[in-house]
Ligand binder design. Structure first.
Ligand code: PD2
Ligand code: ZN
Length: 293
């Protein structure tokens, strides 16, 4: 970030959130400087945001009737499959996807038959020459870094990059009622024996200074679909440690989970368990609140 970096709504909200959570002004200031803000610009941004916020708080205290009559903020819409009539399959246009398991909290749904064997193979074949050691988001700055918690190789497709990727993206949009253009490009991961992805949250942590930069492109992540592209011989499930759930990786199946807020209370902590024998290939689709351009 530079001195000319605009003070975005996300950064404004981040500063207020830090102050409200009791983080000292010194620490907020240091976090902004670590994220690349010029010290003078960071200081005046903090001052203007917090002064304005305090004035708003004061105003709402002085007119409590008005404040109390404001409707509660509506909970944000989320990607969600149509399971109201407890269907055993969902028509996604060119395929019938099975519903194998549904859990309310955390919201987790396991699907079968999302992809054919041939489509799984086509996605692996297109991804294989482009695999590199996986990176995770570097929370201080919003950049990317190699992370010891994630011992897999990976790559990203552009949206609709190949016919199999485009077909999968159309199906996912129908399956979870969410626009295709709110999805990140599909990520493919390859785990060898011993490789794993330690438990983590997929949303961007609002307390990290790099988050406002990440949120500019598409807003928060709201949901994840992990799609299994092969059958590992042993291990390699997707675990949800808060509720003791482990989803077995079966080719063509997928596990969907959503998180209504970037908060551990969603119980959306999840990990890729170590591969014990064989290898594991998955594709991950992350769904954002806004258009991901
Ligand atoms: O490989 C998995 O099962 C897995 C587990 C947790 C993938 C991801 N997270 C992910 O791609 O975010
Ligand atoms: Zn994840």
């Amino acid at each position: 970030m530079t001195a000319s970096q605009p003070l975005t709504p996300e950064l404004r909200a981040w500063i207020i959130e830090q102050a409200s959570a009791g983080v000292s002004a010194d620490r907020v200031f240091k976090a902004m400087c670590d994220a690349g803000w010029n010290a003078d610009v960071a200081e005046s941004a903090m001052e203007s945001v917090l002064t304005e916020h305090l004035a708003q708080l004061q105003a709402s205290k002085e007119s409590p009737v008005v404040a109390a009559s404001q409707p509660a903020a509506p909970s944000r819409p989320l990607p969600e499959p149509s399971l109201g009539q407890s269907p055993s399959t969902i028509d996604v246009g060119d395929r019938e996807v099975s519903v194998l398991l549904a859990l309310q909290h955390p919201r987790v749904v396991v699907f079968g038959n999302l992809l054919s064997d041939e489509e799984c193979d086509a996605i692996i074949a297109a991804a294989e020459p482009r695999m590199q050691r996986s990176l995770t988001v570097e929370t201080q700055t919003g950049g990317e870094e190699v992370n010891a918690d994630r011992t897999s190789d990976g790559m990203f497709f552009q949206r609709e990059e190949t016919p199999a990727v485009a077909a999968l993206e159309r199906r996912i949009a129908k399956l979870v009622n969410w626009p295709e253009n709110h999805g990140e490009g599909l990520q493919v991961l390859h785990y060898r024996p011993g490789a794993e992805y330690k438990p983590h949250y997929d949303y961007f942590d609002p307390t990290q200074p790099g988050t406002p930069t990440i949120l500019k492109r598409g807003g928060q992540r709201l949901a994840t679909l992990v799609i299994y592209l092969n059958n590992p011989q042993a291990g390699g499930g997707t675990s949800f440690p808060d509720v003791g759930l482990e989803v077995a990786p079966r080719r063509g199946n997928a596990v969907f989970f959503s998180y209504s807020a970037p908060d551990p209370a969603t119980k959306s902590l999840h990990g890729g368990s170590p591969v014990i024998a064989g290898e594991k290939w998955i594709a991950t689709k992350w769904l954002r609140e806004g258009e991901f351009k």
